[in-house]
Every structure is written in structure tokens, then in C-alpha cells.
Design a protein around this ligand. Structure first.
Ligand code: COA
Length: 161
């Protein structure tokens, strides 16, 4: 049976920390579905389609990685994909409480759903999408934190704004 996992998130933008998790997951699972959440509660810089496009570009050569978007409850989306495993990255202890609440709630909503965690590589445990947006907005160098196509796209968006 194919072992698939859904890696959900905002990815506004995709960072090298996310990439590290996706790469490691693709050597553990047969298929990694990276799903961009359409979340009107969180203000975003990139549109959902821009985020999907950027992730597809980065993983164009990795056949195990699929990119998608979803709206509504994650457990319903997972059911529609016939996938029972959700992957989340854990950066610091600060992530733990929030992740535990989400994993428990998702499992209460659908007992078939299991969440697995990968500990973020220490090189990336301090970064977040907001931090990267700030660095680029203020003219800093974000090369260490995001892939080149993402950095280019962000610069383009920020210049337009
Ligand atoms: N490397 C770098 N940054 C990372 C990271 C990693 N490995 N893992 C997480 N982050 C950062 C993200 O960049 C993001 O930063 P930001 O807040 O500055 O944008 C932050 O951690 C959290 O991001 P994300 O992983 O995208 O989580 P989220 O809280 O925005 O969204 C969903 C989580 C989409 C999975 C969740 O909201 C969801 O399931 N939504 C659907 C609705 C639903 O079912 N709700 C009930 C859930 S119980």
C-alpha cells in the first residue's frame, strides 16, 4: 500500500525549513502532498496560487512530492485525498503546545487521522515565514532562508505593493 502523508501549512512563503522537512519526508513516505491552506483568518502576502506555483517549481524534479491547496477542515480534506497521516514540523518547544492541540483536535474529529512530527533541522529552527518577509521588506538578504525562485517572487510582489 502506498504510504502518503499530507504536509499542510500556509507556506507564505515556503522556506528552507519547510523544504528540509519535505525532502526528509519524501525519503520516508512514498508520496508527500504539500497542501497550501486557504485561510482567510491569516493575512498573506502571496496569493494561494503564487504559493502553489513556487512550491511546484522547487520540487519539479521530485516525483514523490505533489502540491495542492485546500479550504475548510484539514480532516475533511485528508479524507477526500484518502490519506490518514498528517505531517508537521516541530521547531522549538514553543511549537509543541499548538501542535499538540491541533493533532489532538484533528484526531478527535476523525480518529483515523494520525499526526507525525519531524524535528526541524537546527539550522532552520529559528526561521518563520513572517521573519523572512520582514527581512526582504527591509532590504536584507534572505538567501540563506528561502530558495531563489521564492526570494525573486517575494521581491517582485513587495516592489509592486
Ligand atoms: N521551517 C520554517 N518555518 C516553519 C516550519 C519549518 N519547518 N514549520 C512551521 N514554520 C512556520 C511557518 O513559516 C509559519 O510562520 P508564520 O506564522 O510567520 O507565517 C508558522 O510556522 C506556522 O505556520 P504553518 O505551519 O503554516 O501553520 P499555520 O498555523 O499557519 O497553519 C494549518 C496550520 C494550515 C495546518 C491549520 O491552520 C489547519 O489545519 N487549517 C485548516 C482548518 C482546520 O482544520 N482547523 C482545525 C485544526 S485543529
Amino acid at each position: 500500500m502506498k504510504r502518503s502523508v499530507i504536509y499542510p501549512g500556509s507556506f507564505d512563503p515556503l522556506t528552507n525549513g519547510h523544504i528540509n522537512i519535505i525532502k526528509r519526508a519524501s525519503s520516508t513516505f512514498d508520496e508527500v502532498i504539500v497542501s497550501v491552506a486557504i485561510n482567510s483568518n491569516k493575512s498573506s502576502l502571496m496569493t494561494v496560487d503564487q504559493r502553489v506555483k513556487a512550491i511546484k517549481k522547487v520540487f519539479a524534479k521530485n516525483k514523490k512530492v505533489k502540491v495542492d491547496k485546500f479550504e475548510g477542515l484539514l480532516v475533511q480534506y485528508a479524507k477526500s485525498k484518502k490519506v490518514n497521516t498528517i505531517l508537521r514540523g516541530m521547531r522549538t518547544v514553543q511549537d509543541f503546545e499548538y501542535e499538540m492541540q491541533m493533532a489532538t483536535s484533528n484526531n478527535k474529529l476523525n480518529s483515523k487521522i494520525e499526526t507525525v512530527f519531524m524535528v526541524a533541522d537546527a539550522k532552520f529552527s529559528h526561521i518563520s515565514s513572517s521573519l523572512i518577509k520582514d527581512i526582504i521588506k527591509l532590504g536584507g538578504n534572505a538567501k540563506e532562508f528561502v530558495p531563489e525562485p521564492v526570494e525573486k517572487e517575494l521581491k517582485k510582489i513587495l516592489k509592486k505593493g
